[in-house]
Design a binder for this molecule. Structure first.
Ligand SMILES: C[S@@+](CC[C@H](N)C(=O)[O-])C[C@H]1O[C@@H](n2cnc3c(N)ncnc32)[C@H](O)[C@@H]1O
Length: 313
């Protein structure tokens, strides 16, 4: 592994403010990365407070172990997917936790590691797997998915207006050749969108393929539901998202888990009262200060939402 560059964690003070409710509690960092947020959390916790860090990426796990060496007695790292938070915790013999943090997407380190194939800024094999033991990679998607499925991915996960034209160009190209590299994908996008719109389009297309490779939307949907189950009453879940699709999913999931009524689906039958599971702590998403966005480009698109597990009656 090339040397891990530790970046300042996004919205750090805001994360601590919303997440930390009990200094002796157990917390899950479901997106450990280099361990930036986890370290700051451990610094705040008392001696019996612990952090369980989860990541799919072996390089992140190794980097965080180094970064958190000092806290090794209160820090447990697990290779896994945060969508399996319940089984990760039960394998550790833990039934419930005081807080859960998800700082979504890929880390700057992953983007900057050219060989992982996340970036259109360098030419590398089309990979994009966070977990290198997973079978599905970007190469498979671009060479095997049919035109309609590709267009759908570009549109749904990249919000790309030229999704159909780009998908058509990809499919036409691969009649004679395979698409093996990020450079080939970039060149195909450039055939459709040139000039000043190119960089933003590349960012959207690469993002969309990455989301499909890693199942990011489905992972998040499952994780929110199960996280709400494993939180202690009064415990909190904090999620930082970086694009509108994720933020919308977080907003809607929190809203449905905090509902006091569910619709009967029928005008004549009244709505059905239910016991809310979460209480929303952030009416609007929390965003980074001007100072932080000036210092850290990644913070510009960050949106934090937090919710608290309702105390049982
Ligand atoms: C934005 S980075 C987190 C950075 C971290 N908060 C820090 O301060 O260093 C996101 C990390 O989450 C991991 N990740 C993304 N989706 C995941 C999932 N479903 N399960 C576990 N880890 C995941 C990525 O591999 C990456 O290392």
């Amino acid at each position: 592994m090339e040397e891990y560059i530790y970046h300042t964690p996004v919205l750090l003070q805001e994360v601590l403010k919303y997440l930390l409710t009990e200094k002796n509690g157990f917390y899950v960092d479901g997106t450990l990365g280099g361990g930036g947020h986890a370290k700051a959390l451990l610094e705040q916790l008392d001696h019996s407070g612990k952090v369980i860090g989860i990541d799919l990426d072996n390089d992140a796990l190794e980097a965080s172990r180094k970064n958190l060496e000092y806290y090794r007695e209160r820090f447990i790292s697990v290779k896994g997917n945060f969508k399996n938070i319940k089984s990760v915790l039960s394998q550790l013999g833990i039934n419930s936790v005081q807080g859960i943090l998800l700082d979504l997407g890929v880390s700057s380190f992953q983007i900057d590691s050219a060989e992982k194939g996340f970036s259109f800024r360098s030419d590398a094999p089309l990979d994009m797997r966070m977990d290198r033991s997973q079978k599905l990679d970007a190469r498979h998607i671009l060479n095997q998915y049919d035109e309609q499925s590709l267009a759908e991915i570009f549109r749904k996960y990249g919000e790309e207006k030229q999704a159909n034209r780009i998908a058509k160009t990809v499919v036409r190209y691969r009649i004679n050749r395979r698409i093996e590299s990020t450079g080939q994908l970039s060149a195909l996008v450039e055939q459709v969108i040139g000039g000043r719109f190119l960089i933003k389009t590349l960012a959207r297309i690469f993002q969309s393929v990455r989301i499909e490779v890693n199942g990011e939307i489905e992972n998040l949907r499952l994780a929110i539901k199960d996280s709400a189950d494993v939180l202690n009453p009064g415990g909190r879940i904090v999620i930082i998202s970086y694009h509108s699709l994720e933020d919308r999913l977080v907003k809607e999931s929190f809203r449905s888990l905090s509902a006091k009524m569910i619709s009967s689906g029928n005008k004549i039958v009244p709505d059905i009262p239910v016991q809310p599971v979460l209480k929303i702590m952030t009416k609007k998403p929390v965003t980074a200060s001007e100072k932080e966005t000036a210092e850290n480009i990644r913070a510009r698109s960050a949106k934090l939402r937090a919710a608290e597990k309702v105390q049982e009656n």
